[in-house]
Design a protein around this ligand. Structure first.
Ligand code: XMP
Length: 528
């Protein structure tokens, strides 16, 4: 295992990712982590970059015991400067911030071999730099193993201990051979075994869930039809069978046939103990006449909690009954399953400056207080693509594993204006046609998110000899890494033509289709 200590760089989580891509488990912790409080001994430690300068009065510093633990340490950017700051080197401001590509000249020693960190990587390497400070005097007993035109100490290594520092960022994809450098460190220098695989993860996680839950006690959890909740539910089912109860709330603003499809897949195909609660009337009645998007979100969030809570109470009542009858006891409801992913965990543990308090990650808003449920989060160590890989191994159907994200408030934030059952039905049909055609054109996996939006305006059209006056559908499709920014997707014209023709022909109430060509920013992905 590699311990990545985070000094607040925007790239810190990427270091963790790269290690895992090398099949080495890595965990991120804030730089303030005390080494004596660690519950496990890492095989190596990586110090991340940081927006700070080591001499800033409020600069974050690492526990000096990092260098006493007897394991290899790699400092990246600020991590290198921090290493120098602690071990007796000096850091100075650059004349100008260095940002972008640079060539590192790799030093060779003796018979022409490079240092272990760069062994076999050649004499030069293109790397990505992003720093304002740099090393001006290396710490005692360190040698230079790489330099660039502007950084004479771009890479250093200790003469007798396995301590390394590099000024560039090997974790970003702009450093083409960066992952190999990380590989040299974690595999060759730290001697980590490359044994962190998904198969391994499933086995360990199932054992862990069984240990946590014990021989009795039920777990409840909401499923939505999305990848995360489906994978989490299947994993719980593998671990504790029918002691896990999945609950799907049909809020009336799901995609076409969604509740039915989730029921068939989870219950019938995957064997998960699932209850689908049709609460569409309740949701739609509370949404009646509401136009404001934030209001819609609030109503849906709160109603979800009410419905979920009522269902949980029913399950608890059944458990109590069984207990009274002395029936084969599965126990009471003790746990709430959450599909928390690693990025949420990172968000809650990252170093955000000396005054930052660590926030607890969001759960289903204060849910089930009276039942005093404990949280269980089987996906908390995984990135999204790892969850997908896990889903495939758990035999979850491929189309679901690759499914685009769908917002909690569902079609309510894609119907501009008030939400009614009739409007929902129009949008469901149009959206379904759009997605069908995207799949038929083989484009679904090239797009990050695609959906239809129902606009609350009417436009004039003509059908047969008649004038029509009907609503408008806007189509949206974006490509995005993280949904913080997004570009609109460039469709082949025939695809849009087919979608438009099918929607106007097959969906009563629509006579016009438009394509949204706005990027984020300044627009957002959703229209509300
Ligand atoms: P925006 O519209 O903010 O969308 O650019 C970025 C991503 O977030 C999703 N989204 C939501 N997801 N509840 C959710 O669970 C919401 O209220 C919500 N609003 C936006 C959106 O679908 C996109 O993937």
């Amino acid at each position: 295992t590699i311990l990545v200590l985070d000094f607040g760089s925007q790239y810190s989580h990427l270091i963790t990712r790269r290690c895992r891509e090398l099949n080495v488990y890595a965990e991120l912790m804030p730089c303030t982590q005390k080494i004596k409080d660690l519950k496990w001994k890492p095989n190596g430690i990586i110090l991340s970059g940081s927006p700070y300068s080591v001499y800033d009065a409020d600069a974050p510093h690492v526990d000096p015991d990092v260098f006493e633990l007897g394991v290899p340490v790699l400092g990246i950017c600020y991590g290198l400067q921090e290493m120098a700051w602690i071990l007796g080197g000096q850091v100075a401001k650059c004349d100008h911030r260095e940002y972008g590509f640079a060539q590192v000249q790799i030093a060779t020693f003796g018979g022409g071999s490079a240092d272990a960190l760069f062994a076999g990587l050649g004499a030069e390497m293109e790397v990505w730099m992003s720093h304002g400070d740099q090393l001006s005097v290396p710490p005692t007993d360190f040698r230079v193993i790489g330099k660039t035109k502007s950084a004479p100490y771009a890479a250093i290594a200790h003469n007798s201990k396995p301590f390394y520092g590099i000024q560039f960022h090997p974790e970003v994809t702009h450093s083409p051979r960066g992952k190999e450098v990380i590989g040299k460190f974690v595999l060759n220098i730290c001697k980590c075994r490359a044994d962190w695989t998904m198969e391994e993860f499933i086995g360990k996680e199932i054992t862990r869930i069984r240990e946590i839950c014990g021989p009795k006690g039920r777990v409840i959890g909401a499923v939505s039809g999305g990848v995360d909740s489906t994978v989490a539910a299947k994993l719980m089912h593998e671990a504790i069978g029918d002691r896990f109860h999945a609950i799907m709330v049909d809020n009336g603003v799901l995609r076409l046939n969604e509740a039915k499809q989730v029921d068939e897949m989870l219950n019938r195909d995957l064997g998960v103990n699932l209850t689908v609660v049709d609460a569409s009337e309740l949701f739609l009645s509370r949404l009646a006449g509401v136009e404001d998007p934030e209001q819609k979100r609030k109503i849906i969030g709160n109603t979800f909690i009410n419905v979920f809570e009522a269902e949980a109470t029913k399950i608890e009542a059944t458990a109590e009954e069984e207990e009274k009858k002395g029936a084969e006891a599965k126990g009471r409801v003790e746990w709430l399953l959450q599909g928390t992913l690693y990025p949420d965990v990172i968000e809650s543990i990252s170093f955000k400056g000396p005054s930052a308090t660590i926030k607890t990650h969001h759960n289903v808003g204060g849910l089930l207080k009276d039942m005093k449920l404990k949280l269980i989060e089987p996906l908390r160590e995984l990135f999204k693509d790892e969850v997908r890989a896990l889903g495939r191994l758990l035999s979850i159907p491929a189309p679901l594993v690759q499914r685009h994200p769908f917002p909690g408030p569902g079609l309510a934030i894609r119907i501009l204006g008030p939400v009614t059952r009739a409007q929902v039905e129009i949008l469901q049909k149009a959206d379904n046609i759009y997605i069908e055609e995207i799949r038929a054109a083989g484009l679904y996996n090239k797009i990050s998110q695609a959906f239809a939006v129902l606009l609350p305006v009417k436009a004039v059209g003509v059908m047969g000899d008649k004038r029509t006056y009907e609503q408008v559908i806007a189509l949206r499709a974006v490509q995005s890494e993280d949904f913080m920014t997004a570009d609109w997707f460039v469709f082949p014209a025939e695809v849009l033509k087919k979608v438009s023709s099918r929607i106007t022909n097959e969906v009563a109430g629509i006579n016009r289709v438009t394509y949204d060509i706005s990027s984020k920013p300044p627009a957002t992905v959703e229209w509300l």
